[in-house]
Structure formats: structure tokens, C-alpha cells
Design a protein around this ligand. Structure first.
Ligand code: URA
Ligand code: SF4
Length: 207
């Protein structure tokens, strides 16, 4: 497939982008998922948070970060002094990729580089419409989508990185909230604190 580019209307605002994305067939993921989960948030958001892909809950509700990872992210944003309602939340890949046998629960499957590449025109269009000050990449998939293959979560997280275009002016890398949920009991608090610390860098950049 040629990716999402054929489906992205030029110069569109967020509402038109979301409507167009509902019909995207830029890769095969639309076939098994319930619906496109486009980004959500106010058009004047100064911060855009980018996750990996919708989870099981998001796939059914049609809204990003409304499941367990979203609840953890809400708390982390709050602890960092950021207002979730003022942020725009989206994902590198807009359809839920999963494995499922018959009668089995759907299990998250990491999107491949081809899916990230196919879906990237939507993220680019969202950033062009929003022109935020800071874009936050949560986890390796978002880092790839936003900044390319040269950046790494562990090496590059938690500082203001220049972005190649004038908006967003900066990118900040952090871990994915799902990684905090998956951490072993004795490592979870530290993983959570790391996420909050990185988000504080974002909050400070807005002052
Ligand atoms: N994880 C993500 O990366 N995005 C969501 O929207 C939900 C969970
Ligand atoms: Fe289109 Fe992205 Fe969905 Fe693939 S994952 S069909 S590129 S919206």
C-alpha cells in the first residue's frame, strides 16, 4: 500500500483530518481494528503527546488514551503540572494492531516500522494543523515517528531536543505509560517517577 498520504486532505483543520482518517486504508491495519483512533484535544494545544497505537479500550471507544495506560498518563501529567484537557493526545499509528485467536482476548501487538511509516502522514498533518510548542514522544515507536531512527529513549529522554522544523519548536522523549504498567513491582515507582520528571521538562518549557 502507498501509506496514508493518499488519504490526507491538504491544509485541512483537525476536524477534517479526523473525518478523513476514519476512511484511511493506508496499511492493512484498518481491516481487523474496530475504527480509526485519531488524535484528540483542543486546536490551540501547546503540547502534543504521541503514543504508540490505540489499545483495546481505545479501539472500542475511538478515543486515544482512555484505557489503563491513559489513566496512568493522566496522573503523571497532573503530577508534572500539566493539564490533560489542554494537551492534544495522539498516536504514531492510528489503528489497533493485535493478535487474536477465536474466543481469545485481543492481545496488543507492537506496530512494525512499515505501519509507522504508512501512518506518519497523519501525525505530520496533525502537527501542521496544531503548530504546538512541544511534541512529546512516549516510547520507542513514537520516537521513531517523531524524530526518526537516530534517537533512543534511554539516551535521549528528559531534555528539550530541537525539532527540525519551527513548530513544534522542541521535542521531549519519555517512556511509554504502558511500560510503567508493565514494570515489575519493585521497579514501577521509579519508572513512574521517571515519566513525571520528563513531563516536568515539558511543563517548564511552557513557562
Ligand atoms: N497506548 C497508546 O500508545 N496509546 C493509546 O491511545 C493507548 C494506549
Ligand atoms: Fe491508515 Fe494509519 Fe490506519 Fe494504517 S494504521 S490504515 S496508515 S490510519
Amino acid at each position: 500500500a502507498g501509506g496514508a498520504a493518499d488519504f490526507v486532505p491538504e491544509g485541512a483543520d483537525l476536524d477534517r483530518l479526523a473525518a478523513a482518517a476514519a476512511g484511511c486504508r493506508g496499511c492493512e491495519l484498518y481491516r481487523d481494528a474496530t475504527q480509526t483512533v485519531f488524535g484528540d484535544g483542543p486546536p490551540d494545544a501547546r503540547v502534543v503527546l504521541v503514543g504508540e497505537q490505540p489499545g483495546d479500550v481505545e479501539d472500542r471507544r475511538g478515543e486515544p488514551f482512555t484505557g489503563p495506560a491513559g489513566r496512568l498518563l493522566d496522573r503523571a501529567l497532573d503530577d508534572a503540572g500539566l493539564d490533560r484537557a489542554a494537551c492534544y493526545l495522539t498516536n504514531a499509528v492510528k489503528h489497533f494492531r493485535f493478535t487474536a485467536g477465536e474466543h481469545k482476548p485481543r492481545l496488543h501487538k507492537k506496530p512494525g516500522v512499515a505501519h509507522v511509516t504508512a501512518c506518519r502522514p497523519w501525525l505530520t498533518a496533525e502537527l501542521a494543523a496544531l503548530r504546538p510548542e512541544v511534541a512529546v514522544a512516549l516510547g520507542a515507536t513514537a520516537v521513531r515517528a517523531l524524530l526518526g531512527p537516530r534517537y533512543r529513549v534511554t539516551a535521549d529522554r528528559g531534555r528539550l531536543l530541537p525539532y527540525e522544523r519551527d513548530r513544534p519548536r522542541h521535542a521531549v522523549i519519555s517512556t511509554h505509560p504502558s511500560a510503567v504498567l508493565r514494570a515489575r513491582d519493585d521497579a514501577r515507582d521509579e519508572a513512574y517517577r521517571g515519566l513525571v520528571e520528563d513531563l516536568r521538562v515539558v511543563a517548564d518549557a511552557l513557562r
